[in-house]
Design a protein around this ligand. Sequence first.
Ligand code: UDX
Length: 461
Amino acid sequence: MNDSTFKKNILCIGAGYVGGPTMTVIANHCPDYRITVVDISEEKIRRWNSDHLPIFEPGLKERVDRVRGKNLFFSTDIDRGIAEADMIFVTVNTPTKTFGEGMGRAVDLQFMEQTARRIREHASSDTIVIEKSTIPVRAAETLEKILSTNPNGVRFEILSNPEFMAEGTAIQDMENPDRVLIGSMDTPEGLRARDELLAIYNRWVAPEKIITTNLWSSELSKLVANAFLAQRITSINTISAVCESTGADVTQVADAVGRDSRIGSKFLRAGVGFGGSCFRKDILSLVYLCEHYGLAEIAGFWNYVIQLNDYQMERFVRRILHAMFDTLVDKKIAVFGFAFKPNTGDTRDAPSIYICKRLLEEKARLTVNDPHALENAREDLKGLDGAGFEQDPYKAAEGAHAIALLTEWDCYRDLDYRRIFESMEKPAYLFDGRNHLDHDALYAMGFNVYCVGKPDRDHFA
Ligand code: UDX
C-alpha cells in the first residue's frame, strides 16, 4: 500500500510505555491506516526501529515486527508528522510537578502545552487530537484554547481516550480490554470525531465494551479507576496491620471478603505498598483537583490513601528493626526484588526505594538482587553508603542476617532455601513483603519468618 492509498494518517506524539504499544496494536488491526509514532528522543526512536525495543512487553516485539515499515513507522520528524496527520494521539509524559505552585501534587502540563502549540503551528488540515496521557480533568479545555488560536483556519476536535493498560500485560490489556473509553464534546463535530475513533476500535473490540461519555467524565474516570485500585490495596494493607496484631491471616481474610461478588477478589493482595508510575501521581492529581474546587474533605480522604501507603512501607521497616533486636547497624540484609512489581525492570515509585533508604538510614548493609531491575536500582540508590548490588540471589544472601523480599518474582520461589539458610548468619530472618514464599517450609528449615498480615513466626522461646 503506498501513502495515498492509506485511509487515514495517524500520528502519535510520545513513544513511551503508552504510545509505542498502543500504536503497535492499532497498526496490527488497521493495515489500511498509516501510523507514525514520533518522539523528541532520537535514542528512543532508534531503538523502536531496531531489534532492541526500548520497552519490554510480552507480545510486543512480534507485533512490531509484523507491521513496522508497512503501516507503522517511528520517526523524530514531529512537524512533518503533524502536517500529514488526520488524527493525533498525544501520549507525552505528564509527571507530578516538582516546582512552584502545586509542587508534589499537581500534574506538570508543560509537555502537553508544548505539544499543543506545536500541533497548532504545523497542522495543515482539520485534525482530531486525542488525549491519551493521564491528565487533570478539564485539560481538554486548555488544549482547545491553545489550538483554537490557529491562524490558518484549521479546525481541531479534541477527544479523551484514556489508557488503562498495566505494565507487563499491556498488549493483552489492549487486545482484550475490559472497556475502551472515548470522551467527546456533545456537538455534531465532536460526535463525528468520536465516530472516527470508534471506527478504529471497532476493528477488534466488541461494541458493548466501548463506552462513550462527555470529555470531563472520560478524563475523570481514568483518575478514579487508578484511585480506586490503589485504595483497595491500601484497604487490605490496613487490615494486614490488624491481622499482625490479632493473629488473623490477611490472605484468608482477603479470600473470604473477596468471594463476595460485590467486592471481588482482585487487587486484594496485601504487601509492602503500591508503587509504579501511576497510582501515587493520579491520586495526587485527584487531591489537587478536589482542593481546587474547595472540596477539602474529599481531598483529605484521598490524600490519606497515600499517607497510609507510606505508613505500610514504614511499618515493614519497623517490623524488621524490632524483630532484629532494635538495631540494624552493620547487619547485612539481602533485598530480593526491587522492581515495583514483577515482570518489569521499572522501579518508578517502587516501595523498595523507600524501604531500602530507611534500612540504610538504620545503617544496615544491603545487597540488592533483582532479575531485571538492578540497573535502575543502582540509579535509585546512587551515592548511598552501604548499598550493594548482586545479580546472583545466592551470593546476595551469603552471610546475610536477613532476607527482605519486596517484589514477588517467580524465580524467588524456585531457590534452594536450605542452601541459602546454611550460608546465612544465625538467627536467620526472612521478611516476606509480598507473602510469596512457602512460609511453613521456611520456618521448618530454621528461618524466623515474618510476613505481611500474619503473626510473627520465630524460634525464640
Ligand atoms: C496501573 C493500573 O493497573 C493500570 O490500569 C493503569 O493504566 C496504570 O496503573 P501498573 O502501574 O502497571 O498499572 O501496575 P499494577 O499492576 O496496577 O500494580 C501497581 C502496584 O500495586 C504494584 O506496586 C503492585 O505490586 C501493587 N499491588 C497490586 C499490590 O500491592 N496488591 C495488589 O493486590 C495489586
